[in-house]
Design a protein around this ligand. Structure first.
Ligand SMILES: Cc1ncc(COP(=O)(O)O)c(C=O)c1O
Length: 413
């Protein structure tokens, strides 16, 4: 009889398994406590209480206030709401000004596509390049800012190579620019100075950062922040957007006026309870220990793969990345072929972001990092998680080299 292979999951940045404690916190809200949080009766009030408590826990984690958290269906929706909602409100207020917005070339499609749509609507868009390690250059950012810049969206951790952006530094810079704009405006005589000057609002997509980095919104100096449940051992189909008090944001989907008129739609009570439970489980000490373990296992994987497989290119900058990412290119082989052979051997990895991995175009993130198209096609992303073990990494180290050798031998010279 054929021995059943034990599956190894190394695609934690695509999705994480739900934590048992999160699942048990959610279960009552599917049946016994199924009420609609907008209903006035007892069932509704019970659901609303759970939503309120969840919102409070999440606000505490991000060091913001209760009403600054808006629940959404995930990070895609949170990003869309941040971008379109803010620009819609700014256009309404400043109908005469041509607005300028900035993002980077390595953002998730849930940011890049809304920015492309803004461009079609006549908004001036700057897409910042990145350095070869996938990190935005602060000097490039400074050069990109113009008098009419009103919005900047930069992701905290990239979802393909794991590069970490200098969010806190850029947040502080934006704050300074806003202070200068305000002081300049104050110096103009009261009678002629008109409305307050345009300010820059700063958004970060922190979806891949929550597990590893400080997401205190005051420390980061951000006005808006998106995240998602299923990347943090919580449920799929739920996420949230932090919106700082005072930031203008129009609803982009209309209906029942939920979430303080900012996001219509019946609240996903079990999902919200699960999201808050996942956040509540972020005990600083346990996380630090788990992250150290993940970083050590990544180190083992990277060192051995580079040593054993000739001409391996490591696309993740170990010194400026989330500790769970290891993104490699192997010359003369297709990433998809590696993925399929690894899958047959019971190892789940990815060639790029989960959403883009059924798309055979070379990754725009790798191309933006200056990686040649042919090399970009030869890549594989490993992302480790809480449950990853040393035995699993050793198994990958044993299985991957013969797969690459076999594929390289089959490839035309
Ligand atoms: C950085 C980043 N932003 C946004 C998303 C989309 O999140 P969701 O699946 O919650 O819509 C993802 C998921 O791959 C991501 O990695």
């Amino acid at each position: 009889m054929r021995k059943k292979i034990k599956k190894i999951y190394l695609d934690y940045s695509a999705s994480t398994p739900i934590d048992k404690k999160v699942l048990s916190a959610m279960l009552p809200y599917f049946n016994n406590k199924f009420g609609n949080a907008s209903s006035v009766h007892g069932f509704g009030q019970e659901a609303l209480k759970a939503v309120d408590e969840s919102r409070q826990k999440i606000a505490q984690f991000f060091n913001c206030s209760f009403q600054e958290i808006i629940f959404t269906s995930g990070a895609t929706e949170a990003n869309n709401l941040a971008i379109f909602g803010l620009i819609k409100a700014l256009k309404r207020k400043n109908s005469k000004s041509k607005l300028h917005v900035i993002t980077s070339s390595i953002e998730h499609q849930a940011v890049l596509e809304p920015f492309n749509a803004l461009k079609e609507q006549g908004v001036e868009v700057t897409i910042l390049p990145v350095k070869s390690n996938g990190v935005v250059d602060i000097e490039e950012f400074k050069r990109a800012v113009k008098d009419n810049t009103v919005f900047v969206s930069l992701m905290y951790v990239n979802n393909e190579v794991g590069s970490v952006q200098p969010i806190c530094e850029i947040g502080k810079l934006i704050q300074k620019i806003n202070e200068i704009r305000f002081k300049k405006w104050q110096k103009i005589e009261k009678e002629i100075r008109g409305d307050k000057p345009l300010m820059i609002y700063f958004h970060t997509d922190a979806t891949q950062a929550i597990n590893f980095f400080n997401c205190d919104v005051k420390h980061l100096h951000v006005d808006l922040l998106s995240f998602s449940g299923h990347k943090i051992y919580g449920p799929k189909g739920v996420g949230a957007l932090f919106v700082k008090t005072g930031v203008l944001l129009d609803a982009i989907q209309l209906g029942g006026h939920h979430e303080n008129n900012k996001r219509s739609g019946t609240l996903n009570v079990p999902g919200i309870v699960g999201l808050a439970k996942a956040i509540e489980l972020f005990d600083k000490k346990i996380i630090e220990k788990s992250n150290k373990k993940i970083a050590k296992l990544r180190q083992l994987l990277v060192e051995k793969i580079i040593k054993i497989i000739p001409n391996t290119i490591l696309n993740t900058d170990i010194n400026q990345s989330a500790p769970n990412f290891a993104h490699f290119s192997f010359l003369r082989v297709e990433g998809e072929a590696i993925l399929i052979l690894l899958d047959l051997a019971g190892i789940a990895v990815s060639t790029g972001s989960a959403c883009a991995s059924n798309n055979l175009k070379a990754s725009s993130v790798l191309l933006a990092m200056g990686i040649k198209e042919e090399i970009a096609h030869s890549s594989i992303r490993f992302t480790l998680g809480k449950q990853t073990t040393e035995a699993e990494i050793k198994q990958v180290i044993a299985i991957l080299p013969p797969i690459i050798e076999k594929l390289q031998n089959m490839a035309p010279q």
